[in-house]
Write a protein that binds this ligand. Structure first.
Ligand code: TXA
Ligand code: MG
Length: 318
């Protein structure tokens, strides 16, 4: 099915989740808030509905999506077994922003997993997301509700900016509590591997299942999606690394020089560099150039730095 660009995207209120569930049941696309970022949802068991997600986002066909559930029972028919460590993580972090890799069952259409034999599942904690899954009675496949390559949406208005006229509806749910995507983990190997850094810090995961490794840029096991251009702001982003003092000085001189050249410069300040407001900051339309100083790579800072490095067109050492 092609994308009807003449479609009118309706904005539903948080009280109208029933209407959204009906759209999902009929094979339509609904963007909805989660505690991480807004997702673009479709019935995960309907291959045609899922195909429309790829078209609406212009998402590469080899990038699989996360399936969202509202209960642990909903996981069972979708997978071939639940590893012990996965069970421990589900107990510790669900509902919440942790996505776990499982061997997939035949019930999951191949298009959802881009032909992989695994499926990634998470149980969101956001009230609207949970209601949508429960009222539709279906597992919901949902990538982030941005057009491919753009920063993930953390407000309904971001979704509209990217996908207006390409999806049936978006549920207004305010700004996302975390503002950073879920952490994706595969526990099936000897040492569990983080495929994507995200809202659950590595340190918290290690407290539950012991040491994990983080898939690197060149790793074959990382999430397929991590190889694509990501989080690209419309403005150019310059990331400045080094000691805090040198970084601050370098940012000041850069700002001065670029402003003198007639460019509109926005320096991302501490709050924008916190995960919650990062993507809003990257979407800031007022600037020609964004400048960000590196943050400490621990806790949430690790995921923030991962995203900044991917979004930056230049990384300089102060
Ligand atoms: O917080 C989130 O995870 C949000 C909300 C909506 O839940 N969703 C999200 O989805 O960020 P998306 O599609 O933008 O990112 C999913 C990531 C991609 O990097 C994808 O490649 C990876 O998960 N992924 C999905 N299925 C996978 C699989 N079977 N094996 C490895 N990686 C997988
Ligand atoms: Mg995404």
């Amino acid at each position: 099915m092609g994308v009807k660009t003449s479609m009118k995207t309706i904005i539903l209120k948080g009280k109208e989740v029933k209407k959204a569930a009906l759209i999902i049941k009929r094979g339509g696309l609904v963007a909805f808030p989660t505690e991480t970022v807004y997702g673009l949802g479709a019935n995960a068991l309907n291959a045609r509905a899922v195909a429309r997600i790829f078209a609406a986002k212009r998402r590469p066909a080899d990038n699989p999506m996360i399936v969202h559930v509202a209960s642990a029972e909903q996981v069972v028919p979708l997978v071939e077994g639940i590893p012990k460590k996965a069970e421990a993580l589900m107990r510790a972090f669900w509902p919440g922003p942790l996505s776990i890799v499982f061997l997939k069952s035949k019930r999951v259409p191949d298009i959802v997993t881009a032909g992989l034999d695994t499926v990634v599942i998470r149980m969101p904690s956001n009230r609207i997301a949970r209601e949508l899954i429960m009222l539709s009675g279906l597992p919901i496949a949902a990538p982030s509700a941005n057009s491919s390559g753009r920063p993930s949406p953390t407000r309904a208005s971001h979704v509209i900016d990217d996908l207006n006229g390409r999806i049936e509806a978006v549920i207004e749910g305010g700004s996302c509590q975390k503002g950073m995507e879920s952490t994706v983990i595969d526990v099936r190997g000897q040492i569990p591997t983080i495929l994507r850094l995200g809202s659950v810090p590595v340190e918290d995961i290690e407290r539950v299942i012991g040491r994990v490794k983080i898939a690197g840029h060149r790793s074959k096991v990382r999430s397929p999606g991590m190889k694509y251009l990501h989080y690209a702001p419309r403005a150019r982003l310059i990331l400045v690394e080094g000691s805090p003092k040198k970084v601050a000085a370098r940012i000041r001189s850069l700002e001065k020089k670029l402003t003198a050249e007639g460019k509109k410069v926005v320096v991302l300040k501490e709050p924008e560099l916190a995960a919650r407001r990062l993507y809003g900051g990257l979407r800031s339309a007022k600037a020609d150039v964004l400048i960000a100083g590196a943050v400490k790579e621990e806790g949430m800072g690790r995921a923030v730095m991962d995203r900044l490095k991917r979004a930056a067109s230049r990384i300089i050492k102060a």
